[in-house]
Structure formats: C-alpha cells, structure tokens
Design a protein. Structure first.
Length: 113
C-alpha cells in the first residue's frame, strides 16, 4: 500500500526558510524518480522539483536557486529545502513518485504578503 507522509510546513515570513520532509512507502524508492508538487488556492497542481535515483535534480524556473530537493534512499525520505520564500510560494506541497496516482495529505506552506 502506497503511503506518503509530508511534514514541515508552516507559516513563514517572506525571505524565510522551511524544510519539508516526505516519508514514502509501498513502492520501490531508491530506483525511482521522486518529485515535489504544489497546489496553490484556485490553481492546478504543478511540478516543482524532481530528483532521479542518482541524485540529478530539476526545478521549475520559479524556484531555481531558492529550493533544493534531496533524498535519503536509506530511509525512503525526500526533502525540499525552501529558502528566500515569497508570497507566491504559498501552497500545499506534496511529494510523489513520478507518475504516482496516490497522494498524501500534503504540507501547507503560507508566506504572507
């Protein structure tokens, strides 16, 4: 059974930082690409960052240079370090395998304007 548990969200002032964690289980972890997504109020879910099994990373342009995705294959955990946060980063953040269809509860991130 697939299970994704995100944590680390919260309210932070603009310019601040947060680190999200995601514990994944139910599918092979170490060999698969993992990703972070986000969904802002009234908007569609968007792909934010990906990390391949070997550590290669990609980012959506809006977070390049500010967010860092990483993974720990020993603990089946993926992280998202978010620095220099902006109000437009406000969203619910979710992790998943690429192509995964089951979602966790997400981590809410709020950056007041």
């Amino acid at each position: 059974q697939v299970q994704l548990v995100e944590s680390g969200g919260g309210l932070v002032q603009a310019g601040g930082s947060l680190r999200l964690s995601c514990a994944a289980s139910g599918r092979p972890f170490g060999i698969n690409t993992m990703a972070w997504y986000r969904q802002a109020p009234g908007k569609q879910r968007e792909l934010v960052a990906t990390i391949l099994s070997g550590g290669y990373t990609t980012y959506v342009d809006s977070v390049k240079g500010r967010f860092t995705i990483s993974r720990d294959n020993a603990t089946n955990t993926v992280y998202l370090q978010m620095n220099s946060l902006k109000p437009e980063d406000t969203a619910d953040y979710y992790c998943n395998w690429i192509g995964g269809s089951c979602w966790g509860q997400g981590a809410q991130v709020t950056v007041p304007s």
